[in-house]
Every structure is written in C-alpha cells, then in structure tokens.
Design a protein around this ligand. Structure first.
Ligand SMILES: Cc1cc2nc3c(=O)[nH]c(=O)nc-3n(C[C@H](O)[C@H](O)[C@H](O)COP(=O)(O)OP(=O)(O)OC[C@H]3O[C@@H](n4cnc5c(N)ncnc54)[C@H](O)[C@@H]3O)c2cc1C
Length: 430
C-alpha cells in the first residue's frame, strides 16, 4: 500500500482540447503543470491511477545536493530555492525543512568516496563538509556506531511527500490546470508528422504539445511508438515508525540504513545498502548500458528472477490506440514490501543508535524507481517525435529536484528561457 496523501478533488470534466497535455500525475508532471498554469498556458494532466500514487508518495522525502553528480547540482540548487518559497507559492505547508543531510562512512574506502565527491564539486561552493567521528557524535547523539567519518550538508533538507504533490496539484488547478485521474493515455496522435493530440481510454484530447512524465512507465509508452528510453526498475522497501524520541532532525544515511524524521515525529527508515533488482526482458534489451554502474554498485543489488519477470512479460509492448493499453491494466504499481530488508534496516539502525530499539513500526511500503544508465533524468524533446517532450528517469532522487525539474520541462515546452542549462538532460546523450 502507498502511504496516504492529502486528498485532492480532481476534475470530472474531460476537455476536448488544450495547449499542453501532461501524461502522468506524479510530482514532476504536477510541478510542470503548476509552472505552465502560472504562465496562463492551458494544461491538462492525465493520470492513469491517482495523483502521486507511485513514486511521488512513496519516497523518503530527502532533498539533497550531497552525492549528486556534479552536472546535476545546478538543478538541485535551483530546487532548493523553489522549495524555500513553495509553501507561499502553493498556499499550504509542504513540510519543507532545511534540516541537513549526513552520510556516514564505516570504512576508509567509503570515506574516500565522499572525499572524492567533495573534490568533484569544489568549484560549486556548496556548504558540504567532511565530519570526524567525534563531530558525528555531537550532531547525532546517543550513537554506538564506529565511523571512519562522514559528510554533512546543512542546506540539504526534507519535505513531506504526503503533502507536496497534493498542494502543488491544488495550486495548479487554482491557476486553471485540469487534472483528470483514472485516465490512461494510450498513445499520441499526429498530423503532418507532429503531435496533435493524445489518445486516452476516454477518447482523444487535441493539443499542441504533450509532455511525458510517466515515471517508470515512460519507457513502455515510448517503446510503443518506436523510441527506446533506456531505464530499468529497482525496488526500495521502506517503513515508518510511530512518533518517538529520536536523536536528530538531520536525515542520516548509514551504509546499511537511513532515517529521517517525519512531520508527525515518527521516522522513515530504509535499508540504504540494498535494493531489489527484479530481472526483466528489459535487462536483455538495455542492460549492457548499465555495465559501468553495475561494476561499482553490484553490492547494493538483490537480483532476482521471479514474479516480476512473468508479470512484466504479460504486459504488451506494442498496442493500438483503439485497444486497452498496459496503463489501464496497472493503475498503480504497488510492488510487495521486502520485509527481510526492512528488518535488516531496523536491526542495523538499532545497533548504531540504540534509541531505535524502542521503535514501533506503523506502516511499510515499497516503490519502483526508474533508473537511467548515468543516473540523471531525461528532460527535453523526444527525438523523432516533434511536439513530444519528456521528463522521466529520475533514478531515485527526483523528489528533491522536482520543483526545478518540472519548471525546466515547462520552460522547454513553452519555449522560454530555461531555469538552468538543460544540456546534461538531453535525450540524445543515450
Ligand atoms: C521508495 C522510494 C524512495 C525515494 N526516496 C527519494 C528521496 O528521498 N529523495 C528524492 O529526491 N527522491 C526519492 N525517490 C525518487 C522520487 O520519488 C522520484 O524520482 C519522483 O517521485 C519521480 O516523480 P515522477 O513524477 O517522475 O514519477 P511518479 O511519481 O512515478 O509518477 C509517474 C506517474 O505517471 C503515471 N503514468 C504513467 N504512464 C501513464 C500513462 N500512459 N497515462 C497516464 N498516467 C501515466 C503513473 O501512474 C504515475 O502516477 C524515491 C523513490 C522511491 C520509490
């Protein structure tokens, strides 16, 4: 089950035409809709299930620059500025707090990786700094772990996934955006080679441009029109504790656990050192592009061949606009929780900060992440399909950058000055 989000009353109308159709109502599609509607551009968001029902409600809520690729940091810095003004912009709290993020290193090798990252972003003047074991103890008291050191960025933070997408959706609607739930987009329609509409399960909507923000489904959507977006899925299991006395407001990532405080005083916890990697046909099709990442990250992956493979195989890869699509078959991707990984996280965390021995698990869930070969998203025009743009492939860190990512997508669609240089995100890099 996904964590519940603030309810939003979306539209019952089904418009015949608009200027921009956004395919997918996660936080990226919703922030793009907000940015477009603020400029007076008519926009319709179509969501196959419920808004933020997939990754955007299931994520940890971390907003970080720490450990991002150098070329991805400008997007994160622009997002920090937008998060800071978000509550005022949308007229309600989104849970944003600049409470800092800390990553811990158990070994000298892990610490050397943090040092190398810090060196790689030297010229960007971030406030990230290395910490000694003693400094870790003083910032996060009560610990028993033995750390080689850590890295801390005070200007990193968190927001609440249970609030953010709903607040952004409501603000976009107040500015004129139309959001329709339970409406899968099957494909785009074209005239004269250019996108002229989208075909949905409820009929066609004519539009000048379409923006695909379908998260892990964007690969399948594009595959049906002959475009290969190289993304692969990973599954992360998460649990939340009941409100408790915790050690810090800082979000802390250890090698084999992470925790951050929830607005209700509970903690959101995960096994940071392990992700489920279900093997799919896509691994055969695009897996070779990931060999570089695999070499350095293999130890994080729990690879399996099982139910996911068969379920995925049963979903069509090609379909006609007049026929039901995979998006109607799977309204919400709700992968099973790996209880074993959650148990590991709880044990590892309690060994490091014994206060967590008292934690009561309140709920748990899992989410499927869309990973690209270089872990950066794709934002911009889809090659060979004039009128279609994309913002997808956020590789497990798109909640934090969503305000600027959605705005960048909106800038590119509207043909206005982009909020940051979009070059690192071009589809053509693959
Ligand atoms: C467990 C977990 C923890 C994470 N932790 C963090 C974190 O701490 N910090 C961070 O920055 N990021 C984190 N992330 C990543 C972050 O959640 C995502 O990068 C971000 O939410 C991506 O948003 P999105 O809008 O692209 O995708 P999604 O939220 O997945 O939204 C895509 C939407 O498109 C809809 N859709 C797809 N195809 C169609 C179609 N054809 N027609 C209609 N609708 C369609 C889907 O139903 C879905 O609702 C985490 C992710 C997970 C799963």
């Amino acid at each position: 089950m996904a964590p519940t989000i603030e309810p939003v009353q979306t539209s019952r109308d089904f418009p015949a035409s608009t200027t921009v159709v956004i395919i997918g109502g996660g936080i990226i599609g919703l922030t793009a809709a907000l940015a477009l509607s603020e400029r007076g551009i008519p926009v319709v968001v179509l969501e196959k299930g419920r808004i933020a029902g997939e990754q955007s409600s299931r994520n940890l809520g971390w907003i970080r620059k720490t450990s991002r690729h150098r070329e991805d940091v400008p997007l994160a810095l622009a997002s920090d500025r937008l998060w800071a003004g978000m509550a005022e912009r949308v007229g309600s709290d989104v849970g944003y707090r600049q409470s800092g993020i800390m990553f811990l290193a158990k070994t000298d090798e892990q610490l050397a990786m943090h040092e190398a990252w810090l060196k790689s972003v030297e010229s960007l003047s971030l406030d990230s700094k290395l910490l000694s074991a003693r400094e870790i103890d003083s910032r996060v008291p009560g610990g028993k772990g033995e750390w080689a050191g850590g890295i801390f960025t005070a200007s990193d933070g968190r927001a609440e996934p249970s609030l953010a997408s709903s607040a952004i959706a409501k603000a976009a609607m107040a500015k004129g955006a139309v959001i329709v739930e339970n409406c899968a987009v099957r494909t785009v329609s074209r005239s004269g080679g250019k996108v002229s509409g989208v075909v949905t399960e409820r009929g066609e909507i004519r539009c000048d441009q379409a923006l695909l923000t379908g998260g892990m489904w964007s690969r399948r959507f594009l595959g049906n029109i002959g475009v290969s977006l190289p993304t692969l899925p990973l599954i992360l299991s998460v649990f939340k504790t009941a409100p408790m006395e915790g050690p810090t407001e800082i979000a802390v990532g250890g090698p084999d656990f992470s925790f951050r405080k929830h607005k209700d005083g509970g903690y959101i916890i995960t096994q940071r050192g392990a992700l489920d990697a279900p093997l799919l046909l896509d691994h055969l099709l695009v897996g070779s592009r990931y060999l570089g990442v695999l070499r350095s990250q293999r130890h994080l992956l729990r690879i399996s061949l099982g139910k996911h493979f068969l379920r995925d195989l049963a979903l069509p890869r090609r379909w006609r606009a007049g026929k039901s699509s995979p998006f109607e078959r799977v309204r919400t991707m709700d992968p099973p929780v790996n209880a074993g990984l959650n148990d590991e996280a709880q044990r590892n965390l309690a060994a490091a900060w014994p206060v967590f021995e008292q934690a009561t698990v309140e709920s748990s869930w899992a989410g499927m992440i869309d990973i690209t070969p270089d872990s950066n998203p794709v934002i911009g025009a889809v090659p060979g399909v004039p009128g279609l743009s994309i913002a997808s492939g956020f590789s497990g860190h798109g909640f934090g950058t969503s305000p600027a990512a959605g705005q960048l997508a909106a800038d590119l669609v509207a043909g206005s000055e982009p909020i940051i240089d979009p070059t690192p995100y071009r589809f053509e890099r693959f």
